[in-house]
Write a protein that binds this ligand. Structure first.
Ligand code: PBG
Length: 328
């Protein structure tokens, strides 16, 4: 028997396909990560991330300007700190005159309308390369001692003008701790986007190259989540909601689309996803080898993350995708 129900009728022309399209990307969806380095007039490409650069505080302003032209209005800066400034307690992270917080303040001064999401975790500033405080004797990551440091870091970021604080450290109780520190210092208006489900992932490799922030010893498995786990993400979600997160994030994105969907179905908070460095590098490597169409793959990746339930996407593709969207 020939079919009477024919889904292909809704695909028969471009106009009809456009009419029934369920998900659309816009530049408003994107948060663009920015790597910062010391110095002047610097713009150094990250080897494992072709097309992504590390900017000094002066050149980053021009880059933000170019992005704003393309309609990208949200940025997530990360600092590459020289070894001499790293210590056990990541003290440099609260330095308002340091590279990171000065750049944040400067971007906000030059572009008052852009949104800056700062990263809360010790690793770029830690001589141990871990997100929390490492016990000198046992090598364990000390949860509650880390909260002190993270709270001070978040407070300094709020003082520098951050709009959103993004704790990416995965310590227990950090959202409530940071909310309390912010509120008791008159920063009630500063939001928290929690890295709710951050997995211990191989996809962070290029990022750690860019910031020289890989752990000196051990791995991050005692705080980042096991990629095998789904229900644990829901447990983290429940905690972040009660602790006062304004938005939640899933990271990485591509291998975790099921987690994005499930979290989206269970929360009324906005959901974001971090399309991480290794996911970017993979597509770029294949495209540069001529093995895949880089532009089409990029747009499909971003679209699928949004279709899975992400309201916003942190992505190194932000600028390139915004250019494609502008071309139409
Ligand atoms: C560290 C941090 C990492 C990323 C963002 N914040 C790396 C890590 O946890 O080791 C990775 C982002 C990416 O790979 O693009 N707190």
């Amino acid at each position: 028997m020939l079919p009477t129900d024919r889904p292909r009728r809704n695909r028969k022309s471009q106009v009809i396909r456009d009419m029934v399209q369920e998900t659309r990307l816009t530049a408003h969806d994107f948060i663009f990560p920015l790597f910062l380095i010391e110095g002047h007039s610097q713009r150094l490409e990250v080897k494992s991330m072709p097309g992504i650069y590390r900017y000094s505080a002066d050149t980053v302003i021009d880059e933000v300007g170019r992005c704003v032209e393309l309609g990208i209005k949200a940025f997530a800066p990360f600092p590459s700190i020289s070894d001499g400034l790293k210590d056990r307690l990541a003290r440099e992270s609260a330095n308002l005159d340091g590279l990171y917080l000065k750049a944040v303040a400067d971007i906000k001064r030059q572009f008052p309308d852009v949104v800056i999401m700062t990263d809360v975790a010790m690793d770029p500033y830690s001589s141990d390369g871990h997100d929390g405080v490492v016990d000198v004797d046992s090598g364990e990551i000390l949860n509650d001692a880390s909260l002190e440091v993270l709270g001070q870091m978040a407070l300094a970021q709020a003082r520098a003008g951050a709009d959103i604080i993004g704790p990416s450290d995965m310590m227990d109780g950090r959202v409530a701790w940071i909310r309390d520190v912010l509120d008791s210092n008159a920063f009630q208006h500063v939001s928290i986007m929690s890295y709710t489900a951050k997995y211990a992932s191989a996809f962070y490799g290029p990022f750690r190259d860019a910031l020289d922030s890989a752990p000196k010893k051990g791995d991050k498995k005692s705080y980042q989540m096991n990629p095998a786990n789904r229900r644990e993400a829901l447990r983290e979600l429940a905690l972040d909601e009660t602790e006062g997160a304004d938005m939640v994030m899933i990271k990485p994105a591509l291998s975790y689309l099921d987690i994005i969907r499930e979290v989206k179905d269970r929360t009324n908070l906005p959901v974001t996803a971090y399309n991480v460095s290794g996911e970017y590098a993979m597509v770029k490597a294949a495209a540069l080898n001529g093995w895949m169409d880089g532009e089409r793959t990029m747009m499909e990746v971003l679209l699928s993350i949004k279709r899975a339930g992400a309201d916003a996407i942190l992505t190194y593709f932000a600028k390139e995708a915004a250019e494609v969207l502008r071309k139409g």
